[in-house]
Design a protein around this ligand. Structure first.
Ligand SMILES: *Cc1c(COP(=O)(O)O)cnc(C)c1O
Length: 597
């Protein structure tokens, strides 16, 4: 970036900022976001909209896999210099910080963060009408930086400004907080406010990528604009639907029904009254309720699912829609533990830009690979000691399991037959580390956390086990790198992709998983990891016993046996899976197949 070439302009901007301090704008010195944005306006960009983006470990603007994926996408774009601009909500009170009480219950605390510490305030504001009131949408500029020198701007939308009505200032506070009306307000700010902010800043957008349906109102805003600009090529009188479709791309992320936002038309009318003709909206988003997924599907000319199987499932859910598949990936540098990154730097220089090079992992000496693993494992053991007070033993294998705690992920599957688990541990000792947050309103997810704690107490003495509270990016890296086996037990076909197993692969940790999501593509039995159960879709009990059998007969005996045989599987995970299931490969697919249309 051409920093310093315009130092005087920069100084003037700082002075002006200093003159308009407010409680929200409490930062002391800024380059001025508009000055920093200027270089990003020089060429057309892809606008990447996402309700959550995991920008950095210390910024709690994400809840799980969707946000991690968005962050990894932008980190890859910076590495590869693919011109994107990210748009999301500032979520200034975060998602939540998880505490576990003595009874194993989840307690939620706010997780506030100060955008001024990480981002520059943007002077431009956009205005959206919500509930008949003007809501001013301010913003912050965060810049994702790569070691290549590549950068990607991210706009964090913020309604907490003094000009706004008290009732509107909290719209961008809580990620996935509040009720349905709160969610719709957030989605108006994200879609409509975000699009207007890009316009106000002077971005030249060549296409819009909606990462999940939350941002679909951006397409409605484009539609509203088309009403003024172009009535020529329209199949809906007055609106240029084909023109909007030509600009939009949509990635759907879940085959779980509850994962698709739906809003009553009454609520939509109350909040968005007169915004776009209601009959037109109903035609695009469904007669009964406004379905954000349907809206996005109908207003995009490229739609994809996040794994082959998920695309197939989505085609069944949305008959008549062409749904492509771009299988997810994880960001190479972000998800390789320091020891593994150093190993790859040594043996496969350039791997972090061309992760295909990891296909040569079989050339790494066994001792070197094992030493990197032991270092990562020591780090995990240390964290478990400080966070949970549980002493794990580096001599024994660790089975890791961490993800959002929600019913379809079946976090309790391993404990279905506790006597069997005990028997396995007697013949082949192993240890367990688990982590994960349940959404504050997901009672079954919260119950699962309590239940896991009960099981941990039951197993005491036989299997050392710990639940690490407050699962986040930092805990995730320690877990995926420091475990010996990564466990994944979703109810088929509800895991759209899953990405934590990809992170494990990048650190030579083989996965043991139900064949769902990316694992259908990634599993080569005994070579990259192992699968659990058959191809059936709902055989809960079958999966539980299959899991115990695999652990008892295959996975643990292999770990306790010849080390070289185990290391061969570790290398298989890196060479065959990490080399492919990374976000560079994923973003290059999006660039060619979705963005360049
Ligand atoms: C990777 C990651 C996830 C997603 O993991 P899945 O296996 O896809 O469920 C969720 N939360 C955090 C903090 C992560 O790092």
């Amino acid at each position: 970036m051409q920093r310093g070439t315009n130092h005087r302009g920069n100084f003037t901007r700082s002075e002006r900022n200093a003159g308009q301090q407010s409680p929200v704008r409490s930062a002391t010195r800024h380059d001025g976001a508009e000055f920093l944005i200027a270089p990003f306006l020089e060429r057309p960009r892809i606008a990447y909209f996402s309700m959550e983006i995991a920008l950095a470990a210390e910024i709690p603007t994400y809840s799980g896999g969707l946000g991690i994926l968005a962050g990894d996408t932008l980190r890859s774009a910076a590495d590869l210099r693919i011109p994107l601009v990210g748009v999301t909500l500032v979520s200034s009170r975060g998602y939540f910080r998880q505490e576990i009480d003595g009874a194993g219950r989840q307690i939620e605390h706010p997780a506030p963060w100060d955008p001024a510490q990480h981002a520059e305030p943007i002077e431009a504001k956009s205005v959206v009408k919500v509930n008949g009131r003007d809501v001013r949408v301010a913003g912050w500029l965060y810049i994702v930086k790569s070691a290549t020198g590549g950068t990607v701007p991210v706009i964090l939308l913020d309604t907490d400004v003094p000009e706004n009505d008290e009732r509107d200032r909290d719209i961008t506070h809580h990620l996935y907080g509040g009720d349905t009306a709160y969610r719709l307000k957030q989605e108006i700010v994200l879609g409509v406010g975000g699009l207007r902010m890009l316009q106000a800043l002077g971005f030249h957008i060549r296409s819009y990528h909606m990462n999940e349906g939350h941002s679909a109102l951006l397409a409605v805003e484009l539609l509203r604009c088309s009403h003024r600009f172009d009535r020529r090529h329209s199949d809906t009188p007055g609106y240029n639907v084909p023109g909007v479709r030509a600009l939009c791309r949509f990635t759907t992320h879940t085959p779980v029904e509850a994962g698709h936002d739906r809003f009553d038309w009454g609520l939509v009318q109350e909040l968005l009254d007169g915004y776009v003709a209601l009959d037109v909206l109903k035609e695009l988003a469904g007669p009964d309720r406004l379905c954000m997924t349907r809206l996005a599907l109908n207003l995009s000319d490229y739609v994809n699912g996040v794994a082959q199987k998920h695309a197939e499932t989505s085609r069944k859910m949305f008959p008549g829609c062409e749904v492509h598949a771009v299988t997810n990936g994880v960001h190479p540098r972000t998800w390789a533990a320091p020891g593994f990154a150093a190993l790859y730097d040594k043996h496969m220089p350039g791997w972090w830009l061309e992760p295909q090079l990891l296909a040569r992992a079989d050339q790494i000496a066994d001792e070197e690979l094992w030493a990197a693993h032991e270092a990562a494992k020591a780090r995990l053991i240390e964290r478990v000691k400080t966070r949970c007070g549980v002493a794990l033993d580096s001599q024994w294998p660790i089975i890791g399991f961490a993800r959002r705690m929600t019913a379809y992920k079946r976090p309790e599957l391993l404990f279905s037959n506790i006597e069997w688990v005990r028997a396995i541990a007697r013949s082949h000792p192993f240890q367990l580390v688990l982590a994960g947050k349940a959404h504050p309103r997901d009672d079954s997810g919260k119950y699962a956390i309590e239940d896991i704690h009960r099981h941990i107490r039951t197993l005491d003495g036989m299997v050392r086990a710990a639940f690490v509270p407050d699962y986040d990016m930092t805990v995730a890296l320690d877990l995926v790198a420091g475990s010996d086996v990564w466990l994944n037990t979703p109810l088929r076909p509800l895991e759209a992709s899953g990405t934590s197993g990809m992170k494990a692969s990048l650190n030579g940790v083989p996965q043991l998983s139900v064949p769902d999501g990316w694992w259908i593509e990634g599993c080569i039995e005994g070579v990259t990891g192992w699968s659990i159960g058959g191809d059936g879709e709902t055989e809960n009990g079958g999966d539980a016993s299959s899991l115990c059998h695999k652990l008892e007969d295959v996975v643990l005996p292999l770990w306790h046996g010849e080390r070289t045989q185990w290391i061969r599987v570790m290398k298989g995970a890196i060479a065959k899976n990490a080399a492919y299931f990374n976000s560079h490969r994923m973003l290059r697919s999006y660039a060619i197949e979705a963005y360049l249309r």
